[in-house]
Design a protein around this ligand. Structure first.
Ligand SMILES: O=C(O)CCC(=O)C(=O)O
Ligand SMILES: [Fe+2]
Length: 206
């Protein structure tokens, strides 16, 4: 792990525990960021509707799922089939695989149009994901905090993610902590996050 993690412990003073994440600031050069940002302008983003307490609502952000063949992803009650890898996203995947020494076969791209777009507390622990696999998040655009909350006692940590940063979530992050991108009252520019995952191919059949 890198020791560049900037965490603000908002929980018990002197708590020893930190979430199993590593923060790599400026993982992408300004040029790599510009190429990816331009490519993402043509991604087929959607805001699918999900059922919350019996009512259907569009998710408060946009997303698109790129993955290898056979890597469908179930999101709430929706089974999302994979779209083929765009050029610069594939280059980013390869760069990350070199950096992390592990493979990824899917990437959920999230588009937060402004401060009102957000993602609630959750863990990425769906059954089609390989257990104890690394999840890598690369972000572009607005600086936003990622909040982390320990399941055991609700201890909270926060890391500020800036354009070009990489955040790695190591096991057992998904079973011991939850994470969120909170809504902001401020008027913020758009943010895109690329979340690389490792799925069990053909989990949802052929
Ligand atoms: O946008 C982010 O940085 C986090 C996204 C996330 O947690 C997810 O896609 O599961
Ligand atoms: Fe997540």
């Amino acid at each position: 792990m890198t020791n560049q993690l900037e965490l603000t412990l908002a929980g018990a003073k002197g708590a020893k525990s930190e979430p199993p994440v590593s923060h790599v600031p400026a993982f992408l050069s300004p040029r790599q960021q510009a190429l990816l940002m331009a490519e993402a302008a043509d991604y087929p983003f959607e805001s699918p509707e999900i059922k919350v307490y019996g009512k259907w609502h569009p998710i408060p952000r946009q997303q698109v799922w790129f993955a290898d063949e056979g890597c469908a992803y179930r999101y709430s009650s929706l089974l999302i089939s994979p779209k083929p890898w765009p050029h610069y996203l594939m280059r980013l995947k390869q760069a990350l695989e070199g950096h992390c020494g592990t493979g990824f076969n899917g990437c959920l791209v999230n588009h937060y149009r402004g401060g009102e777009d957000a993602m609630g507390f959750h863990a990425d622990d769906e059954p089609e994901l390989v257990e104890d696999a690394l999840i890598a998040i690369v972000c572009l655009g607005a600086t936003r905090p990622l909040l982390m909350r320990r399941r055991l006692d609700g201890l909270r940590c926060r890391v500020l993610l800036q354009s070009g940063d990489l955040l790695l979530m190591h096991p057992p992050m998904q079973s011991t902590w939850e994470h969120a991108i909170p809504r902001s009252q401020k008027k913020l520019p758009p943010r895109i996050s690329f979340t690389f995952r490792n799925l069990k191919p053909y989990f949802h059949g052929r």
